[in-house]
Design a protein around this ligand. Structure first.
Ligand SMILES: [Zn+2]
Length: 417
């Protein structure tokens, strides 16, 4: 009995080896070796100084020091000496509302790729969460086009059409308006319809600046939205505006704050932060957005403006207390796509390179239930990889100096020489 099970085991191992060799031959063209980069396998791992990563069928199959990894004969080699490798990034707050994305199914493929590089893939993003659309079909067309494969882009998740309080469309989108949540039942139905149409989450304004005042969404309506989204297994994002909007989000069980809350110039108290930790509320800082908004309204003194210093203080205090931060910039709403300012402002809030790498990779993967497939450079994971020109451990702005972005083993961005 014992012998036969050993024999079966050996036969099985032999089968695996044979199968491995065969599939290497048949999939030879798909094999890829990234050779020579300094690799940060995860935010907390010790870097591999000169490493090699083997990729096949969109997955990472081997990672290690280049002198230990044998590159199979038929693999395509990409020399990466001098580059720094991390898992590809997430941008958890983007929009596709600019008119250039209209009818994405009909945009010329080359132009589509250029637009996508400009906005997202040249900044290392292989996953994005679209946090509000006027019509969900706008984002679905972009997503489907990428899935169909004639164009390149990140994996796109969408919150679909969001909800605002009654008479609560934010002033900054005027004269456009957003769907209002009038009562709990109607709001829950809206959430269900969006998710049925392809949304991966939902977004609401717990507090919305209407220009004259801040409109708040009643807690029972927010609860109904959260309950319905959670019943369907989807996360809830809230735009809070100020600390009262934050308290509503906390009270109702929202998952992710789409922004910090500089309106009202109040830092987060220790009690508020403890409450945020207790209910596992994650935060997308969007610090660059505050700078962009001040510039839009002609404010000159940006450095010491309380709108920025308060937001930075919130990020600092929340992070120091162990709060979960996710990276996001609100690109698409703001038309300056560079991520440099966000990295500078985060670093200036006391976050080191590993914390920022966590926000970009492992934290969002965990938040959205994808820890076992993406966010790290280890065997078995999707080959979602960026190669940087410089080490962000030494210069934080290196996070925005991208040579290559890979999504599931496919090059979705390559810097032109
Ligand atoms: Zn936004």
């Amino acid at each position: 009995m014992k012998n036969s099970s050993i024999r079966i085991g050996l036969l099985f191992a032999l089968f695996l080896i044979t199968n491995e060799v065969l599939s290497q031959k048949s999939d030879a063209s798909e094999g890829l070796a990234l050779v020579g980069a300094r690799i940060y396998p995860s935010p907390n791992a010790i870097p591999i100084e000169e490493g090699t990563v083997l990729v096949r069928n969109g997955k990472i199959i081997a990672v290690g020091s280049s002198d230990r990894i044998v590159v199979p004969k038929y693999y395509r080699i990409i020399p990466c000496k001098g580059m720094v490798m991390t898992a590809a990034f997430w941008n958890c707050h983007v929009h596709f509302i600019e008119t250039k994305w209209n009818r994405a199914d009909t945009i010329d493929a080359e132009r589509f790729n250029e637009q996508m590089a400009d906005m997202l893939t040249s900044h290392g993003f292989a996953h994005v969460f679209d946090l509000a659309e006027f019509d969900i079909r706008q984002t679905l067309r972009i997503r489907n086009r990428i899935k169909n494969g004639d164009v390149s882009g990140p994996v796109i998740y969408t919150a679909g059409v969001p909800l605002v309080p009654t008479n609560g469309s934010p002033f900054y989108i005027a004269p456009l308006t957003l769907q209002e949540a009038t009562d709990a039942q109607q709001a829950a139905l809206h959430v269900r319809q969006q998710i049925d149409s392809g949304a991966d989450g939902t977004k609401l304004w717990t507090g919305s600046p209407t220009g004259k005042a801040i409109a708040y969404m009643p807690i029972p309506i927010v609860r109904a939205i959260v309950q319905e989204a959670h019943r369907l297994g989807k996360p809830v994002f809230a735009h809070p505006t100020d600390n009262k909007g934050l308290a509503i989000a906390l009270e109702a069980g929202v998952d992710i704050l789409a922004h910090t809350t500089p309106d009202g110039d109040r830092a987060w108290s220790a009690d508020t932060i403890q409450w945020m930790l207790k209910v596992h509320l994650s935060v997308i800082p969007t610090l660059k957005l505050w700078k962009a908004e001040l510039m839009k309204y002609g404010v000159k003194d940006l450095k010491d403006n309380p709108f920025i210093t308060v937001a930075r203080r919130q990020v600092h205090d929340f992070s120091a207390a162990g709060g979960n931060l996710l990276f996001g910039t609100d690109v698409g709403y703001i038309s300056d796509y560079s991520t440099e300012d966000e990295y500078s402002l985060l670093a200036g809030s006391g976050l080191d390179f590993r914390k920022i790498l966590n926000m970009l990779t492992t934290a969002p993967a965990k938040q959205f239930g994808l820890s076992s497939s993406t966010g790290k450079i280890i065997p078995g994971m999707d080959a979602d990889i960026v190669l940087l020109d410089g080490d962000p451990a030494k210069d934080i702005l290196s996070f925005d100096k991208v040579f290559f972005t890979f999504s599931q083993g496919k090059i979705i961005y390559q810097r032109k020489k």
